[in-house]
Write a protein that binds this ligand. Structure first.
Ligand code: ATP
Length: 598
């Protein structure tokens, strides 16, 4: 398959903002894709070479290297490239312009071997990009620059533009996972009616490239037989939230297993033979951060083929008490990881099992899964099952909640034990309900929102970004709808971090997946998630979340709590959840005795 085809589709996709057109064009591209190339095409569309969980290096060619590469490809001085870059402001466009110019100079194209009917094959480009991503150590800088210059020489102007954007990590086509799922359903099933089949498979094996490969090779029906496989993460099951214990007990039909809700890092642990992998909430490979946990799994959990889930929590080695989850940040260090392990020890609290000895447990009720989990663990200080009890009345639930909070937990997780209490991968539902200690504030819970725009500050904060336009995720439309503008709660350090984050993601125009009535000073590609708390959810004509003809929903007095690097934009709070929070808030007001309302 020619890379030219991909570049031509990228050019069309970039100009489209309607999701329906986006999906149909993408489906067109899939129809024109060779069987053995489809997984690579899927990854490239998403701006990567492999799924995040593969734990492989990102391509990571910064501006400096790229300028060197472009200079080498076009036999120009770096200063010349920098000059054009300053004028155009986009290295992809720089490569495009230079290619077009060299087209008119036959002698130059002869010397540079720049033939404009490119023969670049996707496989060949992919191999070179892998070489760039994986070369490390001495001499790797030259390998990266030369290899990329080599591809550029052979590329057409359009190919050069998108190749540069790809290696720069700026290929922002506005295509999320949901759009790829729809496009696969249309291509191989004929319509989006097949989306649930594709989605189910993706929930159990969160690798879009792999799913595309299977569907292309064996047809859509084959997806129905897919089960979890160690080494490929499962999309996590998520909980609904409620603040009223009586309402919670109703939701679970009066009977539930109640776990402590630990405040740490969610960990999905896979074991395949001798190999152990740990995946985060957003399905990134975090095994290297927790080699101590890998050791505990080897020692204290029997079996060599399983997928289990739990929370990794920092623990004070002296007292055995839980410590703030922020301590886990130290585990992100690339160097000195052993020192971080010594200074910030952790324990693992397990709460689910999804696969054991090749048997898919996601379709079994909770108590079966827990029994299987208990059967393989040798409990001790380092690895244990989450503290839990069976509850069948409201008072017992309240008591256990207070005990959990007193023990340093964040609250409790109430889990249905009905026969249909399966592990619902990738979905948020009433089978699990969270009850947290911070549900005392008027807004019952924090929300996780995506940064889609930024405003410059005035006075002391002049010239720097000081407030952010935040959006919720609408999974049905695969877009981000604005909810509020947040300006408070940032520490000086967080504000500095903010400048760096925004610089990398800012853009002149609104991202095609953002729906907004407001115009911030700069638009930001949806990539960063922040936790926000506020006084209450209110109706606002300014915002587009849950918008009808007149107004949408907003957050009054929003305040920044922390960055949520463990969440991708699609993991943000949804428009539906904001709507539910709003309805509950109304209900709370209606439920108040009359005199309290005056
Ligand atoms: P969510 O994961 O629901 O989007 P979130 O990441 O903002 O929300 P919370 O609202 O605090 O986190 O609650 C869910 C998280 O609680 C889970 O993702 C998991 O990491 C954690 N957790 C702690 N203890 C348990 C438990 N016993 N059972 C399930 N999850 C638990």
């Amino acid at each position: 398959m020619k890379f030219k085809l991909i570049a031509e589709y990228f050019d069309k996709l970039e100009k489209i903002s309607s999701r329906i057109q986006l999906t149909s064009l993408l489906s067109d591209l899939f129809k024109n894709t060779d069987k053995n190339t489809i997984s690579k095409v899927v990854y490239i569309i998403q701006g990567r070479l492999w799924p995040d969980f593969a734990g492989m290096p990102e391509i990571g060619m910064g501006e400096k290297f790229l300028i060197k590469s472009i200079a080498m490809a076009f036999s120009k001085k770096e200063e010349e490239i920098e000059k054009i870059y300053k004028r155009i402001g986009d290295l992809g466009e720089v490569a495009y312009t230079l290619k077009n110019e060299s087209k008119s100079s036959n002698i130059l194209s002869f010397i540079n071997n720049t033939t404009h009917d490119s023969e670049l094959e996707v496989e060949e480009v992919y191999e070179d990009l892998v070489k760039i991503a994986t070369s490390s150590g001495e001499g790797s800088r030259d390998v990266k620059i030369r290899t990329f210059a080599g591809i550029l020489r052979k590329a057409t102007p359009l190919e050069a533009k998108y190749l540069v954007r790809f290696v720069e990590g700026r290929l922002r086509l506005g295509i999320g996972d949901a759009t790829v799922l729809d496009a696969l359903a249309i291509t191989f099933g004929g319509s989006t009616e097949y989306r649930p089949i594709v989605e189910r498979a993706y929930n159990l094996r969160a690798d879009l490239g792999e799913i595309a490969k299977i569907i292309d090779a064996y047809g859509i029906e084959k997806l129905k037989t897919i089960s979890p496989t160690p080494g490929i993460p499962i999309r996590p099951m998520l909980a609904e939230r409620l603040a009223d214990p009586a309402e919670i007990m109703e939701k679970v039909n009066g009977n539930a297993l109640v776990d402590y809700k630990y405040d740490g890092e969610r960990a999905q642990i896979h074991k395949k033979g001798e190999d152990i992998y740990i995946f985060s909430r957003r399905m990134e490979n975090i095994t290297n951060q927790y080699i101590d946990v890998v050791d505990y799994v080897k020692k204290f959990i029997n079996g060599d083929n399983f997928i289990i889930e739990g929370e990794i929590v920092p623990i004070d080695p002296e007292s055995g008490e839980m410590r703030p989850f922020q301590e886990l940040m130290h585990r992100r260090r690339k160097n000195d990881i052993y020192q971080a392990i010594n200074e910030y020890p952790v324990s693992l609290f397990l709460f689910d099992l999804m696969l054991l000895n090749g048997q898919d447990y996601t379709t079994r009720p909770l108590l079966d899964r827990r029994a299987a989990l208990e059967s393989i663990i040798k409990e001790n200080d380092k690895v244990r099952i989450a503290s839990h009890i069976m509850v069948n009345d409201v008072n017992k639930l309240k008591e256990y909640f207070y005990q959990a909070v007193a023990d340093g937990a964040e609250g409790v997780m109430i889990k249905s034990v009905s026969p249909d209490s399966v592990y619902k991968a990738g979905s948020r539902g009433w089978l699990w309900i969270k009850l947290k200690r911070d549900y005392q504030s008027e807004m019952a819970d924090t929300v996780d929102l995506v940064v889609v725009g930024a405003f410059y500050g005035k006075g002391k904060r002049g010239g720097k970004f000081s407030s952010l336009l935040m959006a919720a995720y609408n999974p049905e439309k695969d877009v981000f709808e604005t909810v509020c503008k947040v300006a408070s709660g940032f520490s000086d350090q967080e504000l500095d971090e903010l400048q760096k984050k925004i610089e990398q993601l800012k853009r002149d125009e609104k991202h095609p997946r953002v729906i907004s009535n407001m115009s911030p000073d700069v638009w930001v590609s949806p990539a960063i998630v922040a936790e926000i708390i506020g006084a209450e959810i209110t109706i606002s004509p300014l915002h587009t979340c849950c918008k009808n003809d007149k107004a949408g929903l907003s957050i009054r007095f929003p305040r920044f709590v922390r960055w949520r690097d463990d969440k991708s934009p699609e993991d943000a709070t949804t428009n539906q959840e904001i709507m539910e929070m709003y309805s509950r808030q109304l209900k709370k007001i209606e439920d108040k005795p009359v005199d309290e309302n005056i």
